[in-house]
Design a protein around this ligand. Structure first.
Ligand code: EPU
Length: 309
């Protein structure tokens, strides 16, 4: 009851902001894995002004919130969640400038990597094929330095704009993060808002050919039509594939409960077959992690962020 009242108040305040989109939505319908409960509401700022107004409002009223991307690599708890979900999914502007040899691209955090790859095909952005087939959007991808065996997104990043939350306040600043394998120096209290990329120009046809090749492989080797996080673990520092290790332990297709299992196609994915809850996913992830630790003495690290407070 209290939740509903609080929600009504927040929605009515947020609807005073011109053109700001708000929605009542469960995380189960807003994440790639299809799990998670219901926050007060989702808000979808489209511009930096919108975002700043929303942040000022939430902070001044002391309303708890999460800032999220487009919902990949997130495992959210079930039930009613006394928070506002500030989604950057519509924060997806794009600006392109080019000279003879290079193309500079500035994009909002909510721009999908798929869009960047499509732009790469159109403009001949050299190397963009390295991020083919990774789910998610630019903000989250930069924060974790997403990539494939061919390379990572950091190879093309010039600088980024981040929102830093500190002691009940926030500031927006531009910085050049440090990067390593699936890691960046962007901290847990920082959210990527936009990024500047720089690419060398190449033949669009060559990029297109490579992208098609990698996408075909991805469709053959990953459960692309299921509800998943994408890969759930980082590959370990020894260079092995986490998927291969889990597969070798005989865990492909393994399940603890009815509604969720380790994929039979690629063992670093888990598939929600419909209606799975937070606890089931969490237990399955922990089971796999423990088994790998016991049998192979390797501590796998999750790529998935758990939001359960
Ligand atoms: N393999 C198995 N069994 C499995 C899975 C993989 O034997 O169940 C073997 C494959 O046959 C291959 C090797 O392991 O010989 C490597 O597999 P793959 O090419 O699929 O690469 P990966 O290291 O498992 C990484 C990224 C993926 C990305 C692929 C494609 C990580 C954690 N994952 O997977 O990224 O799509 O390369 O290049 O780095 C993601 O980030 O969500 C993601 C899917």
């Amino acid at each position: 009851m209290r939740f509903d009242e609080e929600r009504r108040g927040i929605l009515s305040d947020l609807r005073q902001f011109k053109k700001l989109e708000t929605k009542i939505l469960k995380f189960a319908d807003a994440t790639s894995v299809g799990i998670g409960g219901e926050p007060y509401c989702f808000v979808f700022p489209r511009t930096a002004n919108d975002l700043e107004s929303v942040m000022h409002y939430l902070i001044s009223k002391q309303i708890p919130f999460w800032v999220i991307g487009n919902g990949t690599k997130m495992l959210v708890r079930d039930g009613k969640i006394g928070r506002v979900a500030v989604s950057l999914a519509r924060f997806d502007f794009q600006q392109c400038t080019e000279d003879k040899h290079t193309v500079s691209v500035k994009v909002g955090a909510g721009t999908s990597l798929q869009f960047l790859v499509a732009l790469g095909i159109k403009k001949g952005l050299d190397g963009v094929e390295k991020i083919t087939g990774i789910p998610g959007c630019v903000g989250g991808a930069i924060k974790v330095n997403a990539g494939t065996r061919l390379g990572s997104i950091s190879e093309f990043v010039e600088d980024v704009e981040v929102l830093t939350l500190f002691d009940g306040t926030f500031k927006i600043e531009r910085l050049k993060p440090k990067f390593a394998y699936r890691w960046s120096s962007i901290g847990p209290n920082q959210i990527v808002l936009s990024a500047n990329f720089k690419f060398k120009k190449t033949e669009p046809a060559r990029v297109k050919e490579n992208v098609s090749k990698y996408l075909k492989k991805r469709f053959e080797t990953q459960p692309v039509n299921s509800k998943t996080f994408g890969c759930m673990f980082k590959n370990p520092p020894n260079g092995e594939s986490a998927g291969k290790i889990i597969d070798e332990l005989g865990l492909k297709g393994f399940r603890l409960t009815k509604r969720i299992k380790v994929s039979s196609i690629h063992a670093n994915f888990i598939e929600n077959e419909g209606g799975a809850c937070f606890q089931e996913a969490d237990e399955l992830i922990n089971y796999v992690k423990d088994k790998v630790k016991q049998e192979r003495k390797i501590e796998l690290e999750e790529e998935v962020i758990k939001l359960c407070d």
